[in-house]
Design a protein around this ligand. Structure first.
Ligand code: FAD
Length: 369
């Protein structure tokens, strides 16, 4: 069976859903293809569910720009659509005097990025805000929050289908071809469906580089090598002693083992950073002591027995452990002889926060093309 359509979005994670919705609502005819039976079963349901303020990212980067814009769009969307969320605020702590300059750098970077509501907390104020936390000083980010990411994806999916979009599940894209003025996609479904589209957005998350590499006519040398950095989360047994999200200063490849709270008030710690060669979500409990040690730097009462294995998530990286951290990579195929193809690579954190802003950006590229 061969189908001709206007636009295809590959991947129903939070980013693909936001893009499909925005394109459909802008008057395009969109098919959303997902390899699984439901939306959001990969990275979009394996993260910290934090609405980031835009503090850490290098000024001028896509991460900085789209996080700040996306955060504002997301709070407005949650309000309008009744998506459960809470603007709890987050505190980044310096646990030693040597970490204080890092907090000062965050403050300056955040202001340049447009996250301009941060407050400096001295030891006394920090203690008043978070009595269980021990640190020299902290930075309060009042506009950091948490979101029910499943409810958010459900709302995006409903918007998309209500606007007339077609969401086809259990339809893995297995290969494709660049044609004149169209992109052809082959599905590994029972009908061996072939879809020809004027615009294709590859929002396959961890698999996006593999999808791009399987499109004949797209130059392989412009497909980044996928890298995987798994993060583990432990859940804290019993009542949470925290009122805010609490973060140490960021480490290599991640934001450090931090405290996040879910909407029921339960606390979880994570994610750590471990590099992997393949996509495997298995929970490895062997680093529990390392977790406890990392948490004790700011929460001295932490006991190993109070940690319960939670879940894991894998960061879709396109740079390795020894390389500088990469930016979001929104690649316009028109620059590489594949007009109509947009590839999204390396959409790691803050991709959930930035999802609506990424969608705006991708729509603008497609409308311009
Ligand atoms: C540990 C961790 C913590 C994070 N914490 C936060 C946070 O607190 N705040 C924040 O803003 N961001 C956070 N992020 C980042 C955020 O989760 C991601 O940026 C976001 O979920 C990416 O969404 P996506 O739609 O690009 O990818 P995904 O959710 O991975 O979706 C891709 C979809 O494509 C589908 N797919 C793949 N291949 C095919 C194919 N061949 N055919 C059809 N479909 C296909 C997959 O099944 C999947 O559903 C975190 C990420 C990680 C890993």
């Amino acid at each position: 069976m061969t189908v001709d359509v206007d636009c295809v979005v590959i991947g129903a994670g939070v980013v693909g859903l936001a893009i499909a919705r925005a394109l459909q609502q802008s008057g395009r005819d969109v098919i959303l293809l997902e390899k699984e039976r439901s939306f959001g079963t990969e990275t979009s349901s394996r993260n910290s569910e934090v609405i980031h303020a835009g503090i850490y990212y290098p000024p001028g980067s896509l991460k900085a720009e789209l996080c700040v814009r996306g955060r504002d769009l997301l709070y407005a969307y949650c309000g309008a659509r009744g998506v459960p969320h809470a603007r709890l605020g987050k505190i980044i702590v310096a646990t030693t005097a040597t970490e204080v300059p890092t907090l000062e750098r965050y403050l300056a970077t955040a202001r340049t990025n447009g996250a301009d509501d941060l407050e400096w907390l001295d030891t006394t104020r920090l203690q008043a805000f978070e009595p269980a936390v021990h640190a020299v000083c902290g930075l309060l980010s009042p506009s950091t929050g948490i979101i029910d990411s499943h409810a958010y994806m459900r709302a995006l999916s409903d918007d998309f289908t209500m606007a007339g979009g077609e969401f086809i599940r259990a339809s893995p894209v297995s290969s494709g071809r660049v044609l004149h003025g169209q992109i052809e996609l082959c599905l590994a479904d029972d009908e061996a469906t072939v879809i020809k589209a004027r615009a294709v957005v590859n929002s396959g998350g961890l698999y996006a580089p593999n999808i791009a590499a399987a499109i004949e006519g797209f130059p392989r040398e412009h497909v980044p090598c996928p890298r995987y950095a798994i993060g583990h989360y432990y859940v804290l047994a019993g009542r949470s002693p925290f009122r805010h999200l609490v973060y140490p200063v960021a480490g290599n490849g991640g934001l450090g083992v931090h405290v996040t709270l879910d909407l029921s008030g339960a606390a979880r710690f994570g994610p750590d950073v471990r590099w992997r060669d393949s996509i495997d979500y298995e929970f490895d409990d062997s680093q529990r002591e390392a977790f406890v040690e990392a948490i004790r730097t700011y929460y001295p009462d932490m006991e190993a027995k109070d940690l319960r294995p939670g879940y894991t998530g894998i960061r879709p990286k396109v740079s390795g452990p020894e390389e500088p951290s990469h930016d979001f990579y929104i690649q316009n195929g028109a620059d590489y002889g594949a007009a109509g193809l947009i590839n999204l690579f390396g959409i790691e954190s803050p991709g959930l926060t930035a999802s609506l802003a990424i969608a705006e950006r991708v729509c603008a590229l497609i409308q311009a093309g």
